[in-house]
Write a protein that binds this ligand. Sequence first.
Ligand code: SF4
Length: 88
Amino acid sequence: MQNDTMTLTPLPLVADDLSWQEDALCAQAGPEFFFPAPGSSTREAKLLCGACEGRIACLEYALTHDERFGVWGGLSEKERIRLKRRRG
Ligand code: SF4
């Protein structure tokens, strides 16, 4: 017997690809590097990000999830805000 009811298959939820976190260099450094006190230098964190293979994915994750604090993908909060504005 044929079923006249249209079956809707839900689309699978697309989980964020977080594989870049497996090689995150910041996991080997202290959180104080990446979440420095206001006014503290972010230089060391940015240097580490520059050598991190997941930098681009990390930055996109931070932009997508509106991460407000800390250094992500080599950019500070203010730098990410500026980048988002430039992208529109
Ligand atoms: S780019 Fe920087 S903040 Fe992002 S995972 Fe790499 S080291 Fe961590």
